[in-house]
Design a protein around this ligand. Structure first.
Ligand code: ARG
Length: 400
């Protein structure tokens, strides 16, 4: 048997290599590591996978396809799960699943394996994507099968087999980090009233330590995609990295929220999205300027459905595909600039402009040069109010 195994080099996936061999008939293990911008040394991960018993280790930089094929479509959609979460984790899984499946096919493997737990959303994203893309491949989820229920048991298992494990750091946090954001989980935060300890944050400074005063930043969009910062054209990786740095220094993009997981439980989630949150804010503001009212309101509902699909592991689905087509069509005129002012923990819109702006100063002004024909409003009141006038006369009774 040959298994392609998603591998991060952490404790779970390190233990998985010998465990899979022992439980799946001395299987041959190929590891797959995709870099979504988590800032790790890929060559070190490759070497470690081989030392741990993999016959072959694939590592690759996926930042560009991650941003261009997954993150940017979700940004153009305005998709924030439950109105807040920028879904850096949710958007990464379908790409990793796709590459796992492709590598499995290249190497003629029989199965893929992942290190997701039974309680999380990530198993859903991996497995539904894999079922869709390669229905014939078997998926193995060792963490649902083995009976090592604590970290200590896994450490013992690794030590018995001379498997290198990550040095247990003082910080007992579980962190899922990529270029679009970070999710932090730790024991202390299971107390919903407890504030996240200051050292959990990976991408953002404490707003209290932000530079004094504020600074402006101008983000340029082309058809809904950010393409420049302060007038300088950049590719998606450069833009997101630069936003992470600048906005992270101001402590922008911290989120602490209760979230409904696919598997039915509520969890407390602590996130960072120093680029994601201000980019969503800026993109949404530009849409306010260029989309007509009906499309804007309708798109907001689609955005919610889109976010649910992504979060629920249904990136590769006919509905997500069709909603995407609608979204892209709405983005044709979402071109222009948005200016943000950053200050401790805050990003605020202070200006917007677009060649496709639907704002008409002549219509909006209360000063000289008003082009709005006041007389037409009278007829509008009569027609628009007519059904309510009738209802009020015939049916409305009593108190309000
Ligand atoms: N709750 C978030 C999500 O489902 C973050 C999950 C973080 N994943 C992890 N393996 N730590 O997208």
């Amino acid at each position: 048997m040959k298994i392609v195994c998603a591998y991060s080099g952490g404790l779970d996936t390190s233990v998985m290599i010998p465990w899979l061999k022992e439980h799946y008939g001395d299987a041959e293990i190929i590891t797959y590591t995709g870099d979504l911008g988590q800032g790790e040394d890929l060559e070190a991960i490759r070497a470690k996978a081989l030392r741990t018993g993999a016959s072959h280790a694939v590592v690759e930089d996926l930042r560009r396809p991650f941003l261009d094929e997954f993150v940017m479509p979700a940004l153009r959609a305005g998709a924030l799960y439950e109105g807040r979460y920028h879904m850096h984790t949710s958007l990464g899984r379908p790409l990793l699943a796709r590459r796992l499946v492709e590598v499995a096919e290249e190497h003629g493997a029989d199965a893929i394996a992942h290190g997701c737990t039974a309680k999380g959303n990530d198993q859903v994203r991996f497995e539904i994507a894999a079922q869709t893309l390669a229905p014939h491949l078997r998926v193995i989820a060792p963490l649902r099968e083995w009976d090592m229920v604590t970290r200590e048991m896994e450490v013992d298992y690794a030590l018995e087999r001379n498997i290198e494990i990550p040095i247990t750091k003082e910080k007992p946090y579980s962190i899922d980090w990529n270029i679009w954001g970070c999710a932090i989980e730790c024991g202390e935060m299971e107390d919903l009233w407890a504030e996240p300890p200051e050292d959990v944050w990976q991408m953002t400074k404490d707003p209290a330590d932000a530079p004094k005063g504020s600074r402006e930043i101008v983000i340029g969009f082309q058809s809904g995609t950010p393409v420049s910062i302060d007038g300088e054209q950049m590719d998606s990786v450069q833009i997101v990295e630069m936003m992470n740095k600048i906005c992270g220094d101001y402590g922008v993009g911290r989120i602490d929220m209760i979230e409904n997981r696919v598997v039915g439980l509520k969890s407390r989630e602590v996130y960072e999205g120093p680029a994601a949150i201000p980019l969503h804010l800026a993109h949404a503001e530009l849409e306010r300027l260029v989309l007509d009212r009906s499309t804007a309101h309708y798109k907001a509902k689609i955005a919610q459905d889109f976010a649910d699909l992504v979060y629920d592991g249904l990136w590769f689905s006919p509905l997500r595909d069709s909603l995407q087509a609608f979204i892209e069509h709405t983005q044709r005129f979402v071109t222009g600039d948005v200016r943000l002012r950053l200050s401790a923990g805050l990003a605020q819109v202070t200006g917007r402009r677009s060649p496709y702006s639907l704002y008409d100063e002549g219509l909006a002004t209360y000063s000289d040069g008003d082009t709005f024909d006041r007389r037409t409003a009278e007829g509008f009141m009569a027609i628009y109010g007519l059904p309510y006038k009738t209802w009020g006369r015939v049916q409305r009774r009593g108190g309000y």
